[in-house]
Unconditional design. Structure first.
Length: 123
């Protein structure tokens, strides 16, 4: 049985601000933005090259804004990713060197945290 993770909720306090951050600063693709009802707005965003998207909006989750911690994406080059994020105005950490990879960390305007992992070359 295949099980594919395809959508993760990210709780935000201001949907338009978060959408702007993820699309214009981090580089996600805006797939959908639908005001389904006055209480439900569904905004689906996908990192470039990812099979999994995130959803932000109103009426999406009961999690408090900023409570989604430790979301992780795999990247090819931590140094390049850090520089690209910083050039787009994202406060990205220095590259964190670990035996299991090289990491860059950042948070969205609500404090939801992300890590970018460059996986070490397999031997």
């Amino acid at each position: 049985m295949d099980m594919k993770l395809e959508l993760v909720s990210v709780p935000v306090s201001d949907v338009d601000r978060a959408k702007d951050f993820y699309v214009n600063q981090v580089g996600f693709v805006a797939d959908h933005d639908h005001q389904v009802t006055p209480q439900l707005r569904f905004v689906q965003l996908t990192p470039p090259g990812s099979a999994c998207s995130v959803v932000i909006g109103t009426g999406i989750t009961e999690m408090e804004p900023g409570s989604q911690q430790g979301l992780q994406m795999v990247i090819a080059d931590a140094d390049a990713a850090r520089e690209e994020l910083r050039a787009r105005g994202v406060e990205a950490s220095d590259v964190d060197e670990q035996p299991w990879g090289r990491f860059v960390y950042f948070a969205d305007p609500d404090g939801n945290t992300w890590s970018l992992q460059q996986i070490p070359a397999r031997t």
